[in-house]
Design a protein around this ligand. Structure first.
Ligand SMILES: *[C@@H]1O[C@H](CO)[C@@H](O)[C@H](O)[C@H]1NC(C)=O
Ligand SMILES: *[C@@H]1O[C@H](CO)[C@@H](O)[C@H](O)[C@H]1NC(C)=O
Ligand SMILES: *[C@@H]1O[C@H](CO)[C@@H](O)[C@H](O)[C@H]1NC(C)=O
Ligand SMILES: *[C@@H]1O[C@H](CO)[C@@H](O)[C@H](O)[C@H]1NC(C)=O
Ligand SMILES: [Zn+2]
Length: 493
């Protein structure tokens, strides 16, 4: 009798398993078809499509229904020549743009392991998303509907916190003012380029600026497309040449994380100083070949302007996953997949399907390895926190020459401060912040063997976080350029 029962139960379980399996296969197939429809601009299939949003990690409503027609209208507005006066505001007001009304960022003080465990729990339950953290604090982004719950749990756990950003949408609305009519008139009359240091610009304006420098200063500036992003956008590099054979080379990049808009703006400021204000530069700097990519993750960046301001990763889509994107700063081929790197595509820190699986990282790695013996310095700009960080990031371990990196890092921080800049903290990234394997500075140090390899986390220390007002581009650019000059002098001596 008993065995009979067990058999029945077993076969029922097996039947359930078979049903679940077929359901799974069916769902995956449906999703693949949907993904195809969404990708194919010429598709004539039904107009209502599903769109999956990465904010799924936070909000329980993971599926948003959108009209395909809307998606296309956004693309049309965005890719039109944008000499029209309100194009900027238009884009942020479209139906498909994710809004952050009432969402907040809290700084939580995590002084012991119980506190850190609580934070992990909140993240795991989808109640908060980490913006930044170090050994003593975590900045958590929280959707409006979860705020009371999170505050209650923190209070219950006797954890201190304060509000950093009161209303994320308000911050987003204020950070990047639309172009003024004077600016627009200037753009159309001067015909050179559209870049300013008062706004965060779209990719087309950045590339327009690089091309302008390449054509007007062709005696020492050249612009190269070194690869293409997942969605086929150009990855453009500008070389500012010393015009000397065998010159020391310096690598600079920004914008590997889409939402860190200040990083690209700052790198463009540096490019402008190196090219347009060349008369002010000392010989040590004139004698260096600079290789600079202002925007390493063009797909993610454009997406962060059009649809989701807080997008971080690239726009990789993979077979069998709803989630989009690889974290390009976990994708490098040094200790790939180690501590602080994600295995699952839905994670914000997803390391990708393999080391250098992404065209954005692969093309840069190839480019550097073809001439790596020339490079003495590598600086990658991120935000936020005001840190000058050096390897290793994959573990709390130091390279044998870490004292040299520490010394030059401190010189750079002092130069930033002296030039009217902010205070930057210098140190090893895993020790000061957290371990993160597969980052570009670890790769530059460990594989390309570039001696002075840094990640600079730009402004601020959390008051605005990723949503730093465009009015701070100039001051950020000025202090960052002071750091680049200081490092240049050190590698030349
Ligand atoms: C932009 O606005 C200014 C003043 O409001 C106007 O003179 C100009 O024609 C407008 N430009 C375009 C392209 O609409
Ligand atoms: C906080 O603690 C109180 C009493 O200990 C409990 O009733 C409540 O459910 C807790 N709230 C949360 C969000 O954990
Ligand atoms: C440049 O380096 C190569 C190889 O190290 C060397 O053969 C050559 O003489 C150098 N040229 C100059 C001008 O220093
Ligand atoms: C962590 O960050 C907070 C906020 O910027 C800062 O006050 C604190 O000093 C930092 N702690 C360390 C160890 O860097
Ligand atoms: Zn970053």
């Amino acid at each position: 009798m008993n065995t009979m029962n067990f058999r029945n139960v077993n076969s029922t379980i097996n039947e359930i398993r078979v049903v679940i399996f077929f359901l799974y296969v069916f769902i995956v197939l449906v999703c693949l078809v949907i993904a195809e429809i969404e990708n194919d601009p010429t598709s004539t299939l039904p107009t209502t499509t599903l769109q999956f949003s990465p904010s799924a990690l936070i909000s329980s409503s993971t599926i948003r229904y959108t009209e395909k027609a809307d998606l296309e209208s956004i693309k049309i507005t965005t890719f039109m020549p944008t000499l029209n006066n309100n194009s900027v505001t238009k884009i942020t007001n479209t139906k498909n743009t994710i809004r952050y009304d009432g969402d907040q960022v809290l700084r939580v003080f995590t002084v012991n392991s119980k506190h850190r465990k609580k934070i992990k729990e909140l993240e795991r339950d989808g109640k908060g998303q980490k913006w930044a953290s170090n050994t003593t604090t975590v900045d958590l982004f929280i959707k409006k509907e979860k705020i009371e719950d999170v505050k209650q749990s923190l209070t219950n756990a006797s954890m201190d916190f304060r509000i950093l950003v009161e209303d994320v949408q308000k911050a987003v609305d204020e950070e990047n003012p639309p172009f003024t009519s004077e600016e627009l008139n200037e753009f159309s009359s001067r015909k050179g380029h559209r870049l300013t240091f008062e706004h965060y610009h779209r990719l087309a304006d950045m590339h327009g600026f690089l091309d302008y420098l390449g054509s007007t200063k062709s005696d020492f500036v050249s612009v190269h497309t070194i690869g293409q992003s997942v969605e086929g956008r150009a990855i453009k590099l500008i070389k500012i040449s010393s015009s000397k054979p065998n010159a020391t080379a310096f690598w600079i990049d920004g914008g590997i994380h889409a939402r860190e808009w200040i990083a690209s703006a700052t790198v463009l400021y540096i490019i402008n100083e190196l090219v347009e204000n060349r008369d002010n530069l000392d010989k040590e700097i004139l004698d260096i070949d600079f290789y600079i990519i202002p925007l390493m993750n063009p797909d993610g960046y454009e997406y962060s302007h059009e649809q989701e301001r807080l997008w971080r990763k690239n726009r990789r889509r993979s077979f069998g996953s709803f989630c989009v994107g690889t974290d390009l700063n976990r994708n490098w081929a040094y200790e790939w997949g180690g501590q602080g790197a994600g295995k699952y595509q839905c994670q914000e820190i997803y390391a990708g399907s393999g080391p250098l699986s992404e065209p954005e990282t692969k093309s840069v790695a190839n480019f550097i390895m073809e001439r790596n013996s020339k490079f003495k310095a590598f600086v990658t700009f991120h935000s936020y926190g005001q840190y000058i960080l050096y390897p290793w990031g994959h573990a709390k371990r130091l390279p044998s020459d870490s004292e040299d990196m520490d010394r030059v890092g401190r010189i750079a921080a002092a130069a930033m401060k002296q030039n009217g800049g902010a205070t930057y903290t210098v140190g090893n990234s895993a020790a000061l912040l957290y371990p993160a394997a597969g980052s570009s500075d670890d790769w530059a140090k460990g594989i390309a063997k570039i001696k002075y390899s840094y990640t600079i986390e730009l402004r601020d220390t959390g008051r605005h976080g990723f949503i730093l007002p465009a009015s701070q581009i100039k001051i950020s650019g000025k202090e960052a350029f002071a750091a680049i000059k200081a490092i240049s002098k050190e590698i030349q001596s």
